[in-house]
Structures are given as C-alpha cells and as structure tokens.
Design a binder for this molecule. Structure first.
Ligand SMILES: *Cc1c(COP(=O)(O)O)cnc(C)c1O
Length: 411
C-alpha cells in the first residue's frame, strides 16, 4: 500500500511540489479550512474538487439561471432554499443570512442584551458561538463539556445559571446533537431560550421521548452555516436560521434587512445580512446529494471505528446511542498528538486540530477571568483532539492508508 501511494505521489506531484521537495521544504499536509482543494497531499482532510467533479452538471445550470436573471439579492432561490431547509429541520421558517456567524448574531441581537447579561456557551467550540455574544453586547459564560461526546455538559449548564442568564447556546459539535432533552427543561425552568448552534449538524437527529428530532427543531432557533467546508457548503459564505416561532421569524427577517419590513422604513436597527441568490442556487443544487454524502461519512466512520479499534494510544469518537451522528468531523483523542500529526503529515495525510485553544482561555476573553484549570475537560480535549479525513469521496483505499499509518505510529 505505501509503495503505491509513494509512486502515485511522484507521478502526480505538481511542478511546484517537486520544486519544494527538491529544496527540502515539505508542503504542509494540514490544510487551512479555506484551502480544501485537495491538491497538495495524498489524503487531504477534505477534497472539495472531487465533490465538484461529481455535481458540476447540477450546479452550473443553477448558477447560469441566476446569471441570466441578474437577480442577485433575494431572488426566488433564497425563498426556495429557506423552505427546503425548514422542511428538513421540521421547522416552520427558514431565514437565510450571510453566514453561520450571522445566523447566531441575529437572534442574539433580538434578545437586546445589556452589558451584564450572560449567555451560556460551551468552552470547546468554534469561536463564533461566543464571539457573537460579545458582539451583541452580552457576556459569554463558558461551561465544560462531556468527555465522551465533546458536547456541552448539562450539569455544568445548571450550575452556571444566574439571575442574569439570558440564553443558552448548545452546539451540536462535530455532527452529533447535544442532549436537548436535558437542556430544554433547564431553559424552561429558568425562562430563557435555547439556541441550537447546528453549524456542523445539518440533518443530524436525536431520539427524544420516542420521536426523532432534527438538529434545529427544538430550540427557539437553530442556526446553520454554509461555509464551503461544512457538510452542506456553498461557494462562499452563507447561513440560515430555522425557527417555528412566527413572530420571531418575522423579526429576524427584518433584522437581516436593516430592521425594516419595507425598504427605507426602519422599525429597529438591523444590518445587511442576506443570503446571496447565487449561494442559494448552489445549495439548492447540492441539497439532494446531502443524504447520500451523510451515509458515506457514516460508512467511513464505521471503517475507522473498526480499523482503529483496540489500538492503545487512540480513542475513537463516542456516539451517544440516541444520536444519528452525521460526522462533520471524525475526531479521535490521541496520545502524543503533535508527533502523530507530524508522522501523518510526512505520509501526506491531512489532519486538523479542532480546537487548539478553548474559548475561555482566548486572549480576547481575558477580562472574563478564566484561568487554566477552570474547565478541565475542555482543556484536555484541546490537547488530545485530532480530526481525520472523513469526507464522502475519501474511498476505502486511501482510508486504509490512514488507518495503517496510525497503527504504524503506535505499533
Ligand atoms: C462554522 C461554524 C460557525 C460559523 O459559521 P460561518 O459560516 O463560518 O460564519 C458557528 N459555529 C460553529 C460550531 C461552526 O462550526
């Protein structure tokens, strides 16, 4: 197996790659999340070009149609995508917006936070989850996570409530849902809304009280990102809020268009955060493939689970038995993580660390007073978590090379 891949490498390496090899510098196998072209390495973390080759016949006519119409802002594609995503999530409304970050920002803006108002967020998540709280005038309160699933710990949420708590953000991290049946009663008892940050979990489900509930269905709002590397990614930034609250939906629609239902008349101060018609067209063309891509990710996850089972030094991800995990990421816990990552990089296998610094320790949140040791489970995760290639087009052969390489490292 290794020989074959090394041979392919020399056959396929670009002139620039050969040059960098000749001068002894290796191209980094760790792709930045915005560099998912899949060109620089044997097994990239993600290969969006492979996906594009598969769907270009569906995407190009959809783009052409928008170009012919020249209706780039709030064209009919936006409404169609809103309806489709709301239906997928069992919600009454979809509200397209400019990014997954804005999908959090707009409902937080609607809460009209005052400076001492607190919003609870897990400490182990992407920055936007809490950055948006600070950007809407509130104060993030960070809580620890469940060591098995990396998701927010409901006991820690209950302990963090104060009279100033105005909302809870639960993140469905890496593609499996947080235990909403435990979080919702806490929110209800305290009279605060639950915001589901479902940026990594479109189409994920959880069995709750005998029913299958979709990510985004049960919170006051669910928020999604169409960042290109997400499971349903656009060709640029984009996001969506889903809600079944009619009044809130109307307000969020206003807030994304400068706070007015009619142009040039402003009921409150909103912003410009619309979803482009071009992005909506791409996403509508991609949506029919999502279920199949999710199945491929789940199949890849099972192959890793089996291939890495029983290997000392590695813990494969734990799926809560109530969850249908969509594997936005396949994130292991690895002993000697930095060495493993370097070893895999040598073999041109892309990996990524989500996330290297928990949010309560970020320099921008220094004033909140957290110190190392305050949220130990999140801090352990940030030193152990390593995400492996799991994208649908990965293929068994390349995946076995990843598995073999990890076994070789620990063996
Ligand atoms: C990607 C992501 C976001 C932000 O989405 P953007 O579209 O990049 O603004 C928010 N929360 C989580 C958990 C994410 O993974």
């Amino acid at each position: 197996m290794p020989d074959k891949f090394l041979r392919r490498k020399y056959l396929q390496t670009s002139p620039a790659g050969l040059l960098s090899e000749a001068v002894g510098t290796r191209a980094s196998a760790v792709l930045a999340p915005w560099d998912a072209t899949g060109e620089s390495v044997q097994v990239p973390l993600l290969d969006l070009k492979a996906q594009y080759r598969e769907i270009r016949e569906a995407v190009l006519p959809a783009l052409t149609e928008v170009l012919e119409s020249q209706q780039f802002i709030m064209g009919p594609e936006v409404g169609r995508l809103e309806t489709a995503v709301a239906r997928l999530c069992h919600a009454r409304h979809g509200i397209g917006c400019a990014s997954g970050t804005d999908a959090l920002l707009l409902p937080l803006k609607a809460l009209e936070l005052r400076p001492d108002d607190e919003v609870i967020s897990p400490a182990f998540t992407f920055f936007a989850t809490a950055g948006t709280v600070a950007n809407t005038g509130g104060r993030p309160v960070f809580v620890d996570i469940d060591p098995a699933t990396f998701n927010i710990d409901p006991d820690a949420v209950a302990a963090a409530l104060t009279p100033r708590t105005r909302a809870l953000i639960a993140v469905h991290l890496f593609g499996q849902m947080a235990p909403l049946e435990r979080l919702l009663p806490v929110c209800e008892a305290h009279g605060i809304p639950l915001i589901e940050d479902a940026a990594q979990a479109i189409g994920a489900r959880r069995r709750i009280g005998g029913a299958r509930r979709m990510a985004g269905e049960m919170g006051q709002v669910g928020t999604f990102s169409f960042f290109p590397t997400k499971n349903l990614g656009g060709y640029g930034d984009g996001g969506m809020i889903v809600t079944s609250d009619d009044t809130l939906a109307e307000r969020l629609r206003r807030l994304r268009q400068h706070g007015g239902a009619r142009q040039y008349f402003h009921d409150e101060v909103g912003t410009n955060s619309r979803l482009d018609s071009l992005q909506a067209a791409v996403l509508l063309a991609k949506l029919p493939f999502l279920a199949e891509w999710t199945l491929a990710r789940q199949r890849n996850a099972r192959r890793y689970d089996e291939g890495l089972a029983g290997l000392a030094g590695v813990a494969t991800p734990v799926t809560d038995s109530a969850n249908d995990h969509i594997f936005h990421q396949y994130t292991i816990r690895a002993e000697r993580r930095a060495e493993l990552q370097a070893f895999l990089r040598e073999r041109e296998i892309g990996t990524a660390i989500y996330y290297p610094l928990a949010l309560h320790l970020q320099p921008c949140f220094r004033d909140l007073g957290y110190v190392p040791g305050s949220l130990p489970v999140a801090e352990r995760a940030m030193t152990e978590a390593l995400s492996l290639p799991i994208f649908p087009e990965l293929g068994a052969e390349r995946q076995d090379w990843v598995i073999e390489s990890i076994r070789a490292f620990y063996g």
